[in-house]
Design a protein around this ligand. Structure first.
Ligand SMILES: Cc1cc2nc3c(=O)[nH]c(=O)nc-3n(C[C@H](O)[C@H](O)[C@H](O)COP(=O)(O)O)c2cc1C
Length: 214
């Protein structure tokens, strides 16, 4: 099959994941084309985070109240950011699409814009991937990225068939001591167990590719 792997990466971790996905798909005999989503202007991480600060209290409160989380997701508002011209603005020629980026509290803004402007995605099977600074907590880390992506993609007539979330154990805001502690408490495992090169990461990439090629 002819497949597209489209990704945004600010500090390089999601790029490593995207390239691992490409290598795995190619090893299975697929032709893979890569689209690197590039922001029109590069801002500091703090300036990027600040654009979403008004939603942070709602995100944090969602962790302690299921009904608030439902409300947050229903009234979800995604920050977007201008991106450079795409090599493949129309992706209708591809049999499968993989799209991903880092978690920026929710979806990263360049990925959100990409999904709004790319054409030809209707009817496609799509795999979504992300990297997070913390451990891959199903609710806080994964759901806040994958759920908005799934809803947006389904609104556009695409079907999400696979997803993978890998930890980079990196956060520009120096939150790693907190994330390491959360990993120990929640999973009883060090955060290193969730990196791309870990068993979790390797299996995650393989399972993701299997789901995408079905
Ligand atoms: C604005 C911003 C918000 C972020 N929010 C989160 C978050 O909510 N949870 C998390 O685990 N990591 C968060 N991160 C960390 C990134 O998700 C993590 O470092 C990612 O692996 C970076 O990927 P990249 O190297 O491809 O840019 C955030 C980073 C930035 C810049």
């Amino acid at each position: 099959m002819r497949m597209l792997v489209a990704y945004f990466s600010c500090t390089g971790y999601t790029e490593e994941l995207a390239l691992a996905i490409r290598a795995e798909l190619e090893s299975r005999g697929h032709e893979v084309v890569v689209e690197k989503i590039k922001p029109a202007v590069t801002y500091s991480w703090l300036r990027e985070a600040a654009r979403d600060f008004p939603r942070y209290p709602s995100i944090i409160f969602s962790l302690v109240s299921a009904s608030w989380k439902e409300h947050h997701m229903r009234t979800y508002n995604q920050v977007e950011e201008d991106i450079q011209a795409l090599r493949y603005p129309d992706i209708s020629e591809f049999d499968r699409i993989c799209v991903g980026g880092p978690k920026w509290a929710q979806m990263s803004y360049p990925v959100a814009r990409y999904l709004q402007i790319v054409r030809g995605i209707r009817g496609k099977k799509v795999g979504t991937f992300c990297t997070v600074g913390g451990p891959p907590l199903p609710v806080f880390e994964e759901e806040f990225v994958f759920e908005p992506m799934r809803r947006l993609l389904e609104r556009m007539g695409a079907q999400v068939v696979g997803r993978v979330c890998i930890s980079s154990a990196y956060h520009a805001a120096r939150l790693m001591p907190l994330f390491r502690l959360i990993s120990r408490i929640r999973f009883h495992r060090p955060i290193a167990d969730f990196l791309l090169e870990s068993e979790y990461g390797k299996t995650g990439v393989k399972d993701f590719c299997t789901a995408v090629e079905q």
